[in-house]
Write a protein that binds this ligand. Structure first.
Ligand code: AMP
Ligand code: MG
Length: 487
């Protein structure tokens, strides 16, 4: 275990130089205080969880203090936002404080979001509010606990600093961690500004640090792109299988590592709805739940365009062609597991589609359906679940197919089936209304609810005594909450 002043830094991105980022110091928050910290994320830095409660912790992550070895930098990037190219974006309110090595030899970027103005702030104030910082914190750690690759969150620091959004709110900072903060938009920036030297440096950096195994391949850059395509296909398959809607899949929000990145008006589905749009400024539904799949490919094509100086167009096209089949295979595999199936049959895709259609028409709770399906024997479970469906005959027909499919699947006890299914079907997910309750309490100075919710979501598959209220369908007020896009 390390003390806070014992972290080891090696700021490799900063060393790429001023063409890639600008030195900026964090702007401190007034009266910084700990809102919530993640023990699991602390462990990634070998930090004793107890240090989160010390005053120096809030000072460090509230922008008052800095390690001597930290080199805070605002990164420059660009990206396609809602399909249109924005020539320059960048860290407008976040700073890469530096890269930290842990005892296992992993390195983690420490990125402080809400740290004040930078040369890339454009019209913004460089700040983040408590509400959005809590949402990012909870989502990062909850996704990780579900087994969905994501940037991590160490802590949220609250403050008295006034920040104006639709109304006056208070500033906060969230300390985000990831092995890299490089986005598709980094490559696009150097490609469209026609800076081949820097672009080559960036590509070498990513290859050496994050895809070293691709060096062994005959065409290392192509191998790296292929890996990025594969990781994104797997990531988006997990989003779709677990009902996660990102909401702002602009290419500047897409990580080069294929992890969930940059949280805005995201949502987990309550009722299953393929057409769900969680972002209220997304009038055309470009980033609706089901569109995440083709948008994943669109974004990879945008990255491919930026990689044309290194890889032939034919090879890029061929590799892009892998995305959809890989996505489908991953998705079907996950859905089979959610249904408790251990083998593959040709008609499984149809079985899943038929179920989702029934759920869509009846507004069935997406998470609880799968959890309850494993609670009891197949026959008993479907008999109980049928009441949730408006089209009972339709559900009965599906249930007959499902029961027969389970029969053919294998010879296992209900005990084994339940254990297997509960291991992939969470009981607790970050429902918008739960986040909203925790935020309301935190805004009035009570952080206990955020902390409890974070705890519950850190073990989403385990039934936890006394936590029944976190496993309920949302109350009427909690469905379809309008989550402000301003953050
Ligand atoms: P986002 O929608 O959070 O992914 O941000 C898109 C771009 O706007 C990024 O370049 C951000 O750094 C920038 N940005 C968002 N909010 C602010 C803010 N309050 N102040 C400065 N820049 C911001
Ligand atoms: Mg962003």
């Amino acid at each position: 275990m390390k003390a806070l002043d014992e972290l080891t830094f090696d700021n490799r991105f900063a060393r790429l130089g001023d063409a890639f980022s600008t030195h900026v110091l964090p702007e401190p928050l007034d009266a910084p205080r700990l809102v919530v910290a993640s023990d699991a994320a602390m462990a990634l830095l070998d930090l004793d969880p107890a240090v989160a409660e010390t005053p120096v912790f809030a000072e460090l992550f509230g922008g008052h203090k800095l390690w001597a070895e930290a080199e805070p930098r605002a990164m420059v990037y660009s990206g396609h936002q809602f399909g249109g190219y924005t020539p320059q974006l960048g860290d407008g309110r976040g700073l890469l404080l530096g890269e930290v090595y842990n005892a296992a030899g992993e390195h983690w970027d420490l990125h402080l979001k809400g740290a004040g103005m930078t040369p890339y702030s454009r019209m913004g104030d460089g700040r983040a509010v408590l509400r959005s910082s809590i949402r990012e914190f909870l989502a990062s750690e909850a996704l990780h606990a579900l087994g969905i690759p994501s940037s991590r969150a160490l802590c949220v620091i609250g403050s008295d600093t006034p920040v104006w959004r639709e109304k006056q709110e208070r500033g906060a900072m969230v300390l985000r961690m990831a092995p890299s903060h490089i986005r598709f938009g980094h490559f696009e920036y150097f490609y469209y500004t026609k800076k081949p030297e820097q672009q080559a440096l960036l590509a070498e950096h990513v290859l050496n640090l994050h895809y070293p195994e691709c060096r062994e391949q005959p065409e290392p850059y192509l191998a790296m792109f292929r890996e990025i395509v594969e990781r994104n296909a797997e990531l988006i398959a997990k989003w779709q299988a677990y009902g996660f809607c990102h909401g702002v899949m602009n290419t500047d929000n897409m990580s080069i590592l294929g992890i969930t990145f940059d949280f805005g008006p995201f949502a987990f589905l309550d009722d299953f709805d393929a057409h769900f749009i969680c972002n209220h400024s997304d009038h055309e539904g470009r980033y609706s739940f089901s569109n995440q799949v083709p948008i994943g490919q669109w974004n990879l094509s945008a990255l491919a365009q930026a990689l044309t100086p290194f890889i032939s167009v034919d090879a890029l096209k061929e590799t892009l062609g892998l995305y959809l089949p890989l996505y489908q295979a991953n998705y079907l595999d996950l859905m089979r597991r959610r249904l408790g199936l251990t083998t593959a049959e040709d008609d499984d895709q149809k079985l899943v589609e038929r179920l989702l259609k029934l759920m869509q028409n009846s507004g069935v709770d997406y998470t609880l359906f799968f959890r309850r399906l494993g609670d009891e024997s197949t026959a008993l479970a479907v008999a109980k679940l049928r009441d949730d469906f408006v089209d009972r005959a339709g559900f009965d027909a599906w249930a007959e197919l499902y029961k027969a499919r389970v029969e053919r699947d294998g010879d296992y006890t209900q005990e084994q089936r339940r254990e297997r299914m509960h291991g992939v079907n969470p009981l607790y997910i970050l429902r918008n209304y739960l986040a909203q309750n925790a935020i309301a309490a935190a805004e009035s100075g009570d952080y206990s609810e955020v902390r409890r919710l974070h705890e519950v979501l850190s073990k989403p598959f385990e039934e936890q005594a006394g936590m029944e209220q976190y496993a309920q369908r949302p109350p009427d007020w909690g469905k379809h909450l309008e989550i402000s896009c301003s953050s």
